[in-house]
Design a protein around this ligand. Structure first.
Ligand SMILES: Cc1ncc(C[n+]2csc(CCOP(=O)(O)OP(=O)(O)O)c2C)c(N)n1
Length: 379
């Protein structure tokens, strides 16, 4: 048959019926970030939970101030402060059960501490002393992740594996707005949704990725909207409202535990301090913007709710502040001691089987240290 004859025989028909594979409407985030504090919804919040959140955010604020001071004194190499973001940090830790796992980024020391990790041990990595510093298995907290978004596929892998094994485990992974531009973010969300893995992704949209504002990061209507493209629900929440973040994350954790799959939560917040002690934020943002966010402070929002409704008295607030001071004093005391470190530990716990290159470097360092020691004794 010639080509012309074939064309003549071709009878076009309508394509098989098409319909969206999932209805996108229920996946869409609300038009406004969800709020509890200062609204009618606060009346339904458990007073004990509000007091717990308050104690933790006060502790967190003091931790940030102390760790930042330690960088200025040269006792801590770097500290990415979460001042202004304490509500997200604390709510993330408190939304999980003991059997769950937390996957933090470098900015999430407070979440790690709120989950039960020793406040001093949580700073080991940022001091440059050693590997993670804490035992990830003890409180089910993965190492603070410096390579952006790499913690997300880890969280999905762990959650999916747990589900295959029949273990009741939910993973909550934290990431910044800048991290949402990473390939790892895309891969993690895609796998999580396809596998219906029990994962909750918490994006803390704090306005900046170092000096890059959100407007230069994405053209999406909101970061929560990104969820729809992967086929999971997106939720938008006021990231400075600890009660709201706690409620949204608790719902998402419950949904994941019940087999409903992953959720992407965007918490709208603001990074009050510079990116780290190595950054000068005045070079890329104005004081008026920072001041506006100081007026929507996570610690003050909780304090106003609790005092306004008579749920806390001055004695209890003083006790919380005192506990924070004790914690800060302990941080100072430990960080002012010089650690005794073995440089050879650099090579430990990197690979189960070290690579030939690592073995070579290990031998070089060993020889250097031995030569130094010999020089020292000869002198
Ligand atoms: C894979 C990778 N690329 C680049 C960097 C350098 N870096 C460190 S922090 C940062 C900005 C991240 O911003 P965001 O995700 O919004 O988190 P935030 O610091 O605001 O909490 C960048 C680009 C990195 N750590 N990892």
């Amino acid at each position: 048959m010639t080509v012309m004859e074939q064309r003549g025989a071709y009878r076009p028909s309508p394509p098989p019926a098409w319909q969206p594979r999932t209805d996108p409407a229920p996946l869409l985030p609300d038009a406004e970030p969800y709020r509890v504090l200062g609204t009618d919804a606060a009346g339904k919040a458990d007073p004990e939970l509000l007091r717990r959140l308050y104690a933790q955010v006060v502790l967190g604020r003091r931790y940030n101030a102390q760790a930042t001071a330690l960088t200025k004194q040269g006792r801590l190499a770097v500290y990415p402060s979460s001042t202004g973001q304490e509500a997200c940090e604390v709510a993330a830790a408190l939304a999980l059960e003991e059997r769950d796992w937390l996957f933090p980024s470098y900015r999430d020391t407070l979440a790690v501490v709120a989950r039960g990790v020793d406040p001093v041990e949580a700073l080991t990595l940022l001091r440059g002393d050693w590997h993670t510093g804490y035992d990830p298995y003890e409180h089910r907290v993965a190492p603070l992740s410096t390579p952006l978004a790499t913690q997300l596929p880890h969280a999905v892998g762990l959650a999916h594996a747990a589900r295959l094994k029949g273990d009741d485990v939910v993973a909550l992974a934290m990431v910044g707005d800048g991290g949402t531009s990473e390939g790892d973010f895309h891969e993690a969300l895609n796998f999580a949704a396809v596998w219906q893995a029990p994962v909750v992704f918490l994006v803390q949209n704090n306005g900046f990725a170092i000096s890059v504002p959100l407007a230069k990061q994405t053209a999406a209507p909101s970061l929560a909207h990104k969820a729809v493209g992967y086929g999971m629900p997106g939720r938008l929440v006021d990231g400075n409202d600890a009660a709201a973040v706690h409620e949204v994350l608790t719902d998402a954790v419950r949904h994941a535990r019940a087999g409903g799959g992953p959720t992407l939560v965007e918490a709208v917040t603001y990074r009050i301090d510079a990116h780290t002690n190595a950054d000068d934020a005045t070079r890329y943002r104005g004081e008026a913007e920072v001041e506006a966010w100081r007026g929507h402070d996570p610690v003050q929002l909780l304090e106003r709710e609790l005092t306004g409704r008579g749920l806390i008295d001055e004695d209890k607030m003083a006790a919380v502040r005192e506990e924070a001071e004790t914690m800060a004093a302990r941080l100072r005391e430990h960080m002012n001691q010089d650690p005794v470190l073995d440089p050879m530990d650099l090579f430990a716990h990197v690979y189960a089987e070290p690579t030939p290159q690592l073995r070579e470097q290990q031998a070089l360092l060993r020889a250097e240290l031995a030569a130094e020691a010999e020089e020292g004794t000869a002198r």
